[in-house]
Design a protein around this ligand. Sequence first.
Ligand code: GAR
Length: 209
Amino acid sequence: MTIGIGVLVSGSGSNFEAIARAVQDGRIPEAEVRLVISNRPGVGALDRAKDLGVESLVLDPALFPDRKAYSMKIASEFRKKGVSLVCLAGFLLKVESGLIQQYPGRILNIHPSLLPKHAGRGMFGHRVHESVLGERETESGCTVHVVDEEYDHGPVLMQARVPVLPGDTPETLAARVLKEEHRIYPLVVGRLVEQIRKEGNTSGRSGRG
Ligand code: GAR
């Protein structure tokens, strides 16, 4: 049984590529990245999708009456493709509860800090690394977690640590952290794919409601 993966992106898409490559070269067996959805046109993630032969779609939230309608559209596009696991890969919008209810426990996010530190609304990309440097931390890292209804919250599944070095800038620190992101995100996705296969319930819903 092939497990369908959907990815939500807003930017460069390097984490999406790390997952897609792990699937395509068999490190995540019997899985397929079936659809990438971006909330913005013209981003690098869409070029990567094309290069990797993964179908993509731009959904602009401004074209929907509200966030609930937007997230229902995302859910329905993923359902159409048989997606049973959703990965946020640099997706900068808050995930609305309707989508979480469609995929309980099956939406993952990666955040470029050691959660719960340096997280919350507005904390993304370089702002996270600026915050780490501003607080003179001696280490940083990244976290893969299950998405719940709060920003950068939900059960932590894996973390990787990196040192903060003298003279680091947000850019040098980001590059060190990103390397670890690309290593651990596919590991966690692989584990969840395996778990979904064992449970034999690819719908994401518990079946109780
Ligand atoms: C990554 O560093 C990811 O951890 C971060 O955005 C970057 C996206 O890069 N996500 C967040 O800050 C979420 N709060 P990518 O588009 O190259 O994967």
